[in-house]
Design a protein around this ligand. Sequence first.
Ligand code: FAD
Length: 412
Amino acid sequence: MLAEKGEGMYDFAIVGGGIVGLSTGVALSKHYPGAQIVVLEKEAGWGEHQTGHNSGVIHSGIYYKPGSLKARFALEGSRSMIDFCQEHGIEHEICGKVIVATNPEELLLLDNLYQRGLDNGLGINKIGYGELKEIEPHVNGLAAIRVPMAGIVNYKQVCETFASIIERQGGALHLNTKVGNIVESENEAAIETNRGTFYSRFLINCAGLHSDRVAHMGGVNTQLKIVPFRGEYYELKPEKRYLVKHLIYPVPNPAFPFLGVHFTRMIGGHVEAGPNAVLSFKREGYKKTDFNLKDFTEVMTYPGFWKLASKYWKEGLEECVRSFSKEAFVRSLQQLIPEIQSDDLEPAPAGVRAQALKMDGSLVDDFHMIAGRNSIHVCNAPSPAATASIQIGKAIIERIPDQRHLKAQAIS
Ligand SMILES: Cc1cc2nc3c(=O)[nH]c(=O)nc-3n(C[C@H](O)[C@H](O)[C@H](O)COP(=O)(O)OP(=O)(O)OC[C@H]3O[C@@H](n4cnc5c(N)ncnc54)[C@H](O)[C@@H]3O)c2cc1C
């Protein structure tokens, strides 16, 4: 369907049909019943990028700085996500997880993490060697944090349900529709796509790996760049799944934004190991050989990247080694489960994280939204944004200036 000037004027246009865009669509249709909403997604299906390539974990919120949006939204969002799955019959499981210290140096970090979890309001407990062995008999560890409320779900199924709710409420859903330019004027945004121009009073950019570019199209200076970090996985062969009973995580390096390779039981019964975190030479580059000159050049000419690289060159190098050497990957996994062998693992599809990086080389830690004239741009929604997506959608609505004409419509 093509929207011509003067007809098809929408109240809200959402760019990006990942879990954040779709959850925002659901929140808008609840908050403004009767509003004209359109979702524009360039792929042929929903949740085809970060959302459809993630670990499927419903995070508890233990890792994040107390008071941050990540901490608040993960805690509230995980409950909302579980309620949503229950209400809509979406398969999920609250299987719980353990975060395991495997050497004495990690014990202090484990204590700090435990305290952070308590500060974030979580009902977690610390366990020793004996209890850990009861829960996860194949895991090697000195001590662990048990996080009973962590769970798993298939976020693509959640996206399908979000999309059908938007449609039922009268929203317009457009797949295969790539936004190429945005012209924001006083009262509307003209959104140019490969399928014609859509007009909307308000625009919400949830374009994930392309969110900085979509913001720039709308004339917003984001002062950041999205840097793609690929996360590669292996899958445990079916006869080895018994080694993993729950979700098994290492103690993360607090200076690094990624959680370290871990074991995740997935909906469907399989078990994945990963992800690592390597710079991708293409924003949607799922294979090691994927390369896009524009994406690569943008990163290489961005001063923030070189500042980041000079700080984390050692971790970056280790991640690269782990990417190219299965043996190195297996060695990391063996710290958690010593009996895992290279032959127990088969390569599994990778994901790419959209991580915002500032000019000064610092990674944007928290979820980050930027207001335009008649727009909001979600420019950093990395993990746990799938868990927190319902809360992020609500937070976006709170940031939209009051749409009085729509409220009047809803009341009348
Ligand atoms: C490897 C990995 C593991 C993760 N594990 C977890 C986990 O276990 N739990 C968790 O909570 N989070 C996890 N995350 C994070 C989570 O997946 C993301 O935070 C979340 O999916 C972000 O959703 P999104 O809608 O912002 O982005 P996306 O899902 O990437 O959606 C953005 C959409 O915008 C579309 N788009 C982009 N540009 C345009 C354009 N110009 N026109 C139209 N459409 C456009 C894209 O096609 C895409 O569909 C993980 C992420 C990765 C990569």
